[in-house]
Write a protein that binds this ligand. Sequence first.
Ligand SMILES: Cc1ncc(COP(=O)(O)O)c(C=O)c1O
Length: 319
Amino acid sequence: MMYTQSEIVELKKIAVDHICPHFASNMEISKCPKIFTKGEGCYIYDIEGKKYLDTFASLMTTVCGHNRQEIKDAIISQLDEMEFFPNYTDTYSVPQVKLSAKIAEIMPGDLSVCFFVNSGSEACETAIKMAKQYHWAKGEKQRYKIISRRHSYHGTTLGGISATGLQWFRQYFQPLIPGFIHSVATNCSKCELDCDSASCGLACLKSMEKLILWEDPNSVAAVIIDPIPGSNTGYPVPPDGYLQGLRQLCDNYGILLIFDEVQTGFGKTGKMFACEHWNVVPDIMAIGKGFSGGYIPLGATILTPKIYEVFKNAPGTEF
Ligand SMILES: Cc1ncc(COP(=O)(O)O)c(C=O)c1O
């Protein structure tokens, strides 16, 4: 669709006056607002017809590219049948059922039970809630603490921000949810412990264990990490042995391990999920972004049957 110059000016004014963007930049906002109107593969076009290479894949989301006919056809054919019905108590829809089977097929290990949400933030939030309720349902109500890592990002909900280890996301919302504790990042090029990666002996993992012991292992519900932290930190790949060691630590202390693969999932690291590079399977995984490639708002929290059994066990334990 073509717009006249006066329509473009009008639309930009409405945008600036009436939309508060996510992560707004007051430096940028009124200088040169951009309105995008079309996407094609890895390119997008703004309202003035200028073509851009979408190097950021629309915030690491459009893994299949823009404007794929077969995806649009599938969405439209479903809209012709039914747009929405809640996945509530005992109700499902056919695409959802088929998607859960596909997820079970491509997920590492026995991660195979889906809780569908609308975004990566909700997927992380749900993972945290599930971990807490899992222990509660098993009679370990004192396990409420969540350990995450400094410099990692887990979304914009209050739970997500509480787990996030980046000050500029957290500072305005203090005090955050009690019981969220942060361990050191695993960034060998900027090691917080000032170690030399050749000889450190996984000091970051030892530091995680010390933290768990200090907090009391019986009070910890889950450790949530992004196996490869994302765009906010420059994708530091963890040292070999860290993820394996963390899996072992969680098993030793009865703590659930949550991987946030919202950013790294769906092929971005060369495997379907980043954790597959180290053959480590979490108890719960949060996914989003590339999951729908941006075609619909979609995220999910994926559980192992072992976790789901606890929720399915008896009336009253449902998540
Ligand atoms: C690692 C990670 N977790 C969670 C989120 C939150 O996902 P969303 O923006 O879909 O809410 C993001 C988004 O950038 C992310 O990179």
